[in-house]
Each structure stands twice: as structure tokens, then as C-alpha cells.
Design a binder for this molecule. Structure first.
Ligand code: AMP
Ligand code: MG
Length: 315
């Protein structure tokens, strides 16, 4: 069975094709800026413009597709609507079933497919989302999460203060390599959750007095350590010995390195999917759609709606 997956929760439009358990195609277009951040209406214009371009690049003939899957939530309403529109139109036109999937769960399931992790705790660190997720007691559960912004949005917001443009995470990573000077910053772990808002305010107050590269280095050390603490505690709590990384921030080498150290210390195994499956992508949507369809899930294009606030533990 061939499934076409459509990803459009934020600034990436992705199309992915899965045939059985094989990723056949995974193409995307991602919005960027040189200054400032992302404005939802500008992002949705970008997604709409790239829709016909990506469809034209797709090698799989649409008449070979058996199932359409799309990211139903969580995400930015403007962006989600575009994926839903395309999915519904294709479902009607091709007379094939449609299925809406939870974006966060898709990160977990594609990670398992491509790394062969069996029962991992997922540290999902993206722009808008920061969650520690695992399948436990018959459902997906969030063991820890951000209390305010996602770690990616936090890194992007701080990068914007430094004039680095969007997305800032990769630029901040490069800048951090120029320093080894750790400046003490607020370390905010509350139970199993993390918070970045206060840290952002604190960083803004240090912009004039400290060097940019020292701040970049210190911010990575601090927030990645926070993420390791809650991930490790979730692994201990669930008795799981696999950690899977997901989300765009997981492309960061220092984050991967810290996760490797933590896993080694507790004799656990770290799984890092290749970049195309870490960032938002269509293949993960296609794969989860197929898994759900094969499990008997059915939806109707005529009454399917987006779910911007859909939580992982409701999926
Ligand atoms: P996603 O929402 O999963 O597509 O991820 C996008 C987020 O990942 C943005 O906030 C980026 O700044 C962030 N990101 C991408 N690459 C890196 C990196 N190497 N280091 C830190 N953050 C990154
Ligand atoms: Mg994502």
C-alpha cells in the first residue's frame, strides 16, 4: 500500500511517500528569513507558493497512491489549513481514503522505523514543541514538556536578539563553537518540565555586558542539560533503555553529544535518525497514516478538521 503524507504544521511543507515500510520519497520546502522571525501569514503564502512546485517534483504518480495522510495538529492554524486543503482535495479527486495524524506521534514512529529503536523515550525538540514522550500503559504519554515556548522557538528568539535571522538554532550552534567560557544562566527544571521564558529575559539583560559567543555557548550548555535531566528521569521512571531524538533542534551536535554521554552513563542506547527524519517531514506523516490505517482507523474528508492544540496524550 502506498501512502502520500503531507506535512504543514509550521514553516515546512513536506511531501513523503511510503510504500509498505519503505520511504520512497521525502521532499520539502522550508521558510527562512535573513532578519526577523516568522509571521504566520507570510509563512502560509510561502507554503501555498511551494505547493504546486513540490507536487510537480513528486516522482510517484498520484494515481498510484492508495492513501493520503496529513498533519492534523498540533501546529499553526494558517499552516495546518493548507495541508488539510491539499489532502482533502487529493482524497476527493483520487477517490482514496484520507487520514489525519498527530505530528508529535509521527516524530516518534518514524524514528522507530528508520533507527529500529523498539521502545524508546523520545526527546522531541522542535520549534514549537518540546516534549519527552513515550508509549506506556497502552497510550502515548508526555512525561515532561515545556511550560512556555518550545526550545527551538527560544533559540530562534535569542538568535533574533543577536541579529542572526531565522532559523537561528544552526547559527547559534556555529557561534557557540567559538567559546568555552561558561556564563552562569538560570537553569529551569520544574519537576519533569522545563521553561525558557525567564532565561530569555535574563539573556537579553546580558547582551551588552557579555560576548555573543560566550552567551551562545552558555545557552546551549544550560538548555541541553535541562533537556537531558528530564529525559533521563523519564527513562528511569519508565524503565526504558532507549532514547530517541526528534525535531529540528536534535540536529545540534552538542545536544546529540550530551545525549550520548547520558545514555552511556546509564547503559542505555541512543538513536538519532538522519536529518531528513529529525526535521518536519512528509515521510513521517505518511508512515503514521499507514500504521493507523492498517490498525483500522478511518476518517471522512467531508468532516475532518485541523486540531491546532491537539496534545500527544490525546492521540
Ligand atoms: P522543526 O520545528 O522540527 O522543523 O525544527 C525547527 C527548529 O529547529 C528551529 O527552531 C531551528 O532553529 C532549530 N534547529 C535546526 N537546526 C538546529 C541546530 N543545529 N541547533 C539548534 N537548533 C536547530
Ligand atoms: Mg516537528
Amino acid at each position: 500500500m502506498i501512502c502520500l503524507g503531507i506535512e504543514s504544521t509550521a514553516h515546512t511543507l513536506g511531501l513523503g511517500v511510503i510504500d509498505g515500510k519503505k520511504v520512497v520519497e521525502n521532499i520539502s520546502a522550508t521558510f527562512t528569513t535573513t532578519t526577523g522571525g516568522m509571521i504566520p501569514s507570510k509563512v502560509s503564502d510561502f507554503l501555498v507558493e511551494n505547493l504546486p512546485i513540490l507536487l510537480a517534483k513528486l516522482k510517484t504518480p498520484l494515481n498510484k497512491v492508495d492513501l493520503i495522510a496529513f498533519s492534523q495538529g498540533p501546529g499553526i492554524g494558517h499552516s495546518l489549513r493548507i495541508g488539510q486543503f491539499l489532502a482533502s482535495a487529493l482524497s476527493f479527486k483520487l477517490k482514496i481514503p484520507i487520514i489525519g495524524v498527530n505530528h508529535c506521534v509521527a516524530h516518534l514512529e518514524i524514528g522507530k522505523l528508520v533507527t529500529k529503536a523498539k521502545d524508546p523515550v523520545l526527546l522531541y525538540t522542535s520549534g514549537a514543541n518540546t516534549q519527552v514522550i513515550a508509549f506506556e500503559g497502552g497510550q502515548y504519554r508526555i512525561f515532561g514538556e515545556t511550560l512556555d515556548m518550545g526550545v527551538g522557538n527560544f533559540l530562534d528568539a535569542f538568535s533574533r536578539e543577536l541579529g542572526l535571522g531565522f532559523p537561528g538554532g544552526p547559527k547559534l550552534e556555529k557561534l557557540a563553537l567559538k567559546s568555552k567560557n561558561y556564563i552562569k544562566l538560570p537553569y529551569v527544571v520544574k519537576g519533569m518540565d522545563v521553561s525558557f521564558g525567564g532565561l530569555l529575559t535574563n539573556l537579553k539583560s546580558k547582551l551588552k555586558s557579555e560576548k555573543k559567543e560566550d552567551l551562545a555557548f552558555s545557552v546551549q550548555e544550560t538548555v541541553f542539560a535541562m533537556l537531558m535531566e528530564v529525559s533521563e528521569r523519564a527513562m528511569a521512571h519508565c524503565g526504558k533503555s532507549e532514547l530517541l531524538l526528534g525535531g529540528g533542534v536534535a540536529c545540534n551536535s552538542r545536544l546529540q553529544q550530551m545525549a550520548g554521554i547520558m545514555c552511556k552513563e546509564r547503559k542505555a542506547k541512543l538513536f538519532v535518525p538522519e536529518k531528513q527524519f529529525l526535521v518536519d517531514n512528509g515521510a513521517m506523516i505518511a508512515w503514521l497514516g499507514l500504521v493507523q490505517y492498517n490498525a483500522g482507523k478511518r476518517m471522512k474528508a467531508s468532516n475532518i478538521d485541523i486540531r491546532p492544540d491537539w496534545r500527544t496524550d490525546q492521540a
